[in-house]
Design a binder for this molecule. Structure first.
Ligand code: SF4
Length: 374
C-alpha cells in the first residue's frame, strides 16, 4: 500500500522540486548495459539488448527505475523499457505505421483523424522509451522543431472552424521547456474557435517533478480548458512522487484521465488492472482507456488476445464501480473514432501468438479469469 502522507506537505515538496526536472531528465539511463547493471540483471542479455536498442534507443528516468525490483527480469516496469531480441522479429501484420498517422497528416506536425480535434506532434523526444510505442518508427525528423516552423499547422487549425480541441502529443509534449510550450499555447489561444487544450503525456507518471508550478500556471491560466491524459499501465507506477503530481494536477482543476495499453506479462491480469484503477481513482484520475496494442513492428511480443481483454474487462466490471472501468478500445486507421472492443468472440482478431505459445503471464491470466467467471 502507498503510505498515507500529509498531502499539504507533499504538495509543498513537489513545488520545491520543480526546478529539478531537467536534471532528473539528464540523469536518465540511456544505455542497455547500464540498465542491466543497475538492476543486477544477467549481462548475457547485453548483446540482444544492444541490438534492439539500435532500432529504438533506451531511455529510463531514475525515478521510474527506483520503482523496479532489482534482479527481477519479469518486473512489469522493467518489461516496458528493456530492449529484447523479440523486437527484431518481423511479425506479419505488425507495421512501422500501425495506425496510419501518415494519411492523417494535414500539415507539418499536424494530424487530423477525428471530428472537432487536431493533434500536434510537438516533439519526437520522450522521458522514457516504451518498447511497445506505436510511434517508435515515426519520422519525427520531418516535423517542425522551431516555433516559427509551426505556422503552417497553426494556419491549418485557424482555417478549420470545426476544430475545437487541440491535442499536444509527440513524443511527449511535456519534454518541451515551459517557455516554449507557453509560446505555443499562447499562439493557439489566438485562434477564436479553439476551446480546449489536451496534453497527452507520460511525464507525470515517469518524471513526476515535471508537474512544476510553471506547468500548473500554464495550464490553469490559459483561456483554453486544460485536459491532461497521462499514461500509466501498472499500479506500481503510481507511487509517492507520482501520486503527488497527479493530485496536484487534479486539485489545480485540470481534468486528468489515464490511458493504459494492455500488455502481455505486464498488466494482463484482473488483479493488476483492478489495482491500477483503484490507485488512479484514489488520486482523482479517471481510468479513461485500456488500449488494445497498436500493431507496430517490433512490439508483437506484447500483444494480448482480444478475447482475453474482453474477459478482463468483464471481470473488472464485477469488481469496480462503472466510472473506474476503462473503455477497452483499439485504434483503426480510417475509423472516425476509437473503436470500442465489444465484438462477439467469433469476430475477434487473433493475437500474433497462439494461446498454446503463450508464456507464463498470459496462461496465469487465463486461469485467473476462468476461476473468476466460471
Ligand atoms: S512516452 Fe509515449 S510517445 Fe514516448 S515512447 Fe512511451 S508511449 Fe511512446
Amino acid at each position: 500500500m502507498i503510505p498515507a502522507l500529509d498531502q499539504a506537505d507533499r504538495s509543498h515538496d513537489l513545488m520545491q522540486a520543480e526546478s529539478t526536472w531537467h536534471e532528473s531528465l539528464a540523469m536518465a539511463i540511456r544505455d542497455p548495459h547500464a540498465l542491466l547493471q543497475r538492476l543486477g540483471l544477467p549481462l548475457t542479455l547485453r548483446a540482444e539488448a544492444t541490438r534492439a536498442a539500435k532500432q529504438f534507443s533506451v531511455m529510463v528516468p531514475e525515478s521510474y527505475l527506483q520503482r523496479m525490483q532489482p534482479g527481477d527480469l519479469k518486473d512489469p516496469l522493467l518489461r516496458q523499457v528493456l530492449p529484447l531480441g523479440d523486437e527484431l522479429l518481423d511479425t506479419p501484420g505488425f507495421l512501422p505505421d500501425a495506425v496510419d498517422d501518415h494519411s492523417a497528416r494535414i500539415a507539418p506536425g499536424l494530424l487530423k483523424k477525428y471530428a472537432g480535434r487536431a493533434l500536434m506532434i510537438v516533439t519526437g523526444a520522450c522521458a522514457i522509451h516504451c518498447r511497445y510505442c506505436f510511434r517508435r518508427h515515426y519520422p519525427y525528423n520531418e516535423e517542425p522543431r522551431r516555433l516559427e516552423d509551426w505556422q503552417p499547422a497553426l494556419d491549418a487549425i485557424a482555417a478549420d472552424k470545426s476544430i475545437h480541441e487541440v491535442l499536444l502529443s509527440g513524443g511527449d509534449p511535456l519534454i518541451v521547456p515551459d517557455r516554449r510550450l507557453s509560446e505555443l499555447v499562447r499562439q493557439l489561444e489566438q485562434i477564436p474557435h479553439l476551446q480546449r487544450l489536451r496534453i497527452h503525456s507520460r511525464l507525470p507518471i515517469v518524471l513526476p517533478n515535471r508537474v512544476c508550478p510553471e506547468l500548473i500556471d500554464l495550464l490553469t491560466r490559459s483561456r483554453l480548458t486544460p485536459i491532461m491524459v497521462v499514461h500509466a499501465n501498472h499500479p506500481r507506477e503510481i507511487q509517492h512522487d507520482c501520486t503527488d503530481a497527479l493530485r496536484l494536477l487534479v486539485r489545480s482543476g485540470v481534468t486528468t484521465l489515464n490511458q493504459a495499453v494492455l500488455l502481455r506479462g505486464i498488466n494482463d491480469s484482473v488483479d493488476v488492472l483492478e489495482d491500477l484503477s483503484e490507485r488512479l481513482i484514489n488520486v482523482g484520475v479517471i481510468p479513461y482507456y485500456l488500449h488494445q496494442l497498436d500493431r507496430v513492428q517490433g512490439a508483437a511480443h506484447f500483444e494480448v488476445d482480444e478475447t482475453i481483454g474482453l474477459k478482463l474487462i468483464e471481470e473488472l466490471r464485477k469488481r469496480l464501480p462503472g466510472y473506474a472501468v476503462p473503455q477497452y478500445v483499439r485504434e483503426e486507421a480510417s475509423w472516425p473514432h476509437k473503436r470500442p472492443i465489444i465484438a462477439p468472440p467469433s469476430n475477434l482478431r487473433p493475437s500474433a501468438k497462439s494461446a498454446e505459445q503463450d508464456s507464463y503471464p498470459q496462461m496465469t491470466q487465463i486461469s485467473q479469469i476462468e476461476k473468476g467467471i466460471a
